[in-house]
Design a protein around this ligand. Structure first.
Ligand SMILES: [Zn+2]
Length: 175
């Protein structure tokens, strides 16, 4: 069976990407939207998994972060721009894409030859997803124009860490 390329989209939800929402990641995060849409438009039918924060109203995470992406609220929805690109929605309740989710099983079904990881935040959920994929032996590509953080230093640090320590390929196509 031919191995497919999987696109993993992390937390591209209204509460992270739309101004005025509780965890809005800022203008850098808005800039990745057209890049991610281009990637999805050119993916040629490869599977797309959307990893989506989906919290209970009293989630312990809200002791550290303002309440966000409560399941069933508009802030937990994917941004409207992504509606044109159907994929598997995988809800998560922590910073991990694997813990208490079915991502592990779904990856075993798809057996991707390559996983492209995009979304927010580069230095938090994107980083942990890449780490968890790499320790499982998956090949990972992170297009730098398709990830962002509210913290530009954290963004740069995480790109380097993913490349030098985790062995992901970072694609930089700024010019
Ligand atoms: Zn969260």
């Amino acid at each position: 069976m031919e191995q497919s390329n999987l696109i993993l989209v992390i937390d591209m939800l209204k509460d992270f990407l739309e101004p005025g929402h509780p965890l809005f990641c800022g203008p850098d995060a808005r800039k990745i939207i057209p890049c991610v849409l281009r990637l999805l438009a050119g993916h040629g039918g490869d599977p797309v998994f959307y990893i989506c924060d989906s919290h209970a109203p009293d989630d312990p995470e809200f002791q550290m972060f303002p309440p966000h992406s409560v399941a069933g609220t508009p802030g937990a929805d994917l941004i409207g721009e992504l509606k044109a690109y159907p994929g598997v929605i995988i809800p998560k309740t922590t910073l991990s894409a694997f813990y208490l989710t079915d991502l592990e099983e779904r990856l075993k079904d798809v057996r991707p030859g390559l996983v492209t990881v995009v979304g927010v935040c580069t230095d938090i959920c994107v980083l942990y997803a890449v780490a968890d994929l790499r320790v499982r032996g998956y090949k990972v590509v992170v297009p730098a124009s398709c990830v962002a953080s509210f913290d530009p230093k954290g963004h740069e640090w995480a790109l380097q860490h993913m490349e030098k320590v985790l062995g992901a390929t970072i694609k930089r196509e700024r010019d």
